[in-house]
Design a protein around this ligand. Structure first.
Ligand code: G16
Ligand code: MG
Length: 217
């Protein structure tokens, strides 16, 4: 019996992934190298500090912790500049319809994002009230693919892990959901999200009834 749907933020509710990418790319360029969109796939769902480590390794750079903290803060500043212009028009297609179906089905909802900026983004797009629980980067100690962000969401909703469905667009996020023991709907390409139990291109191409019909008994 499924009781709750847990949603990733970036790439599922809004496309902030593009802004993370732009800010990281700008940082990499200033450091003298570039990051491709393909490389960026590896950063999705990964925390700010871990993302920076991956980027520096990609550019062949080793830097002291102080410098890294400075760079992470710089990236966040650029990222905040980009997201400050966001509003409800930035909600991805299909999200509003899907959420009304979720409510009609009597399911609870939680946000599972490793972003420390998640509450700010929910405010900007006017979706804070759409979630019964909000787990963000300030509430967790381990980023995806660790399952903590989703197990905490289930704990806060007081539901069992096998009563949850996770919606994720990132490889690390799909792995986190599977490690939490949850049914995972991957949003994106089936070639990339190979661990997902079900894959759709976005919430727009999916109904709540379809998801519930695919669940194992
Ligand atoms: C998001 C993004 C990641 C980002 C992380 C931390 O995770 O996908 O690219 O590095 O949050 O974000 P911040 O720097 O704002 O704390 P999620 O879980 O929402 O996909
Ligand atoms: Mg995501």
């Amino acid at each position: 019996q499924i009781k709750a749907f847990l949603f990733d933020l970036d790439g599922v509710i809004v496309d902030t992934a593009i802004y993370h990418y732009q800010a990281w790319k700008r940082l990499a360029n200033e450091l003298g190298f570039d990051i491709s969109e393909e490389f960026n796939e590896r950063l999705k769902g990964v925390s700010r500090t871990e993302s920076l480590d991956l980027i520096l390794a990609h550019g062949g750079l080793t830097l002291p912790d102080e410098k890294k903290a400075e760079l992470a803060a710089q990236k966040n500043e650029w990222y905040l500049e980009l997201v400050s212009r966001m509003n409800s028009d930035d909600i991805l297609p299909g999200v509003a319809t899907f959420f009304s179906q979720v409510r009609k089905a009597g399911l609870q909802t939680a946000l599972g994002s490793v972003s420390k900026n998640a509450p700010l983004i929910l405010e900007r797009i006017g979706m804070t009230q759409a979630f019964d629980a909000i787990i963000d980067g300030t509430k967790i100690s381990k980023g995806k693919p660790d399952p903590e962000v989703f197990t905490k969401g289930a704990d806060e909703l007081e539901v069992n892990y096998n009563e949850c469905v996770v919606f994720e667009d990132a490889v690390a996020g799909v792995e986190a959901g599977k490690r939490a023991g949850m049914f995972v709907v991957g949003l994106g390409s089936a070639d990339v999200l190979i661990q997902a139990d079900l894959v759709a291109s976005s919430l727009e191409s999916l109904t709540v009834a379809e998801v519930l019909a695919k669940l194992p008994n």
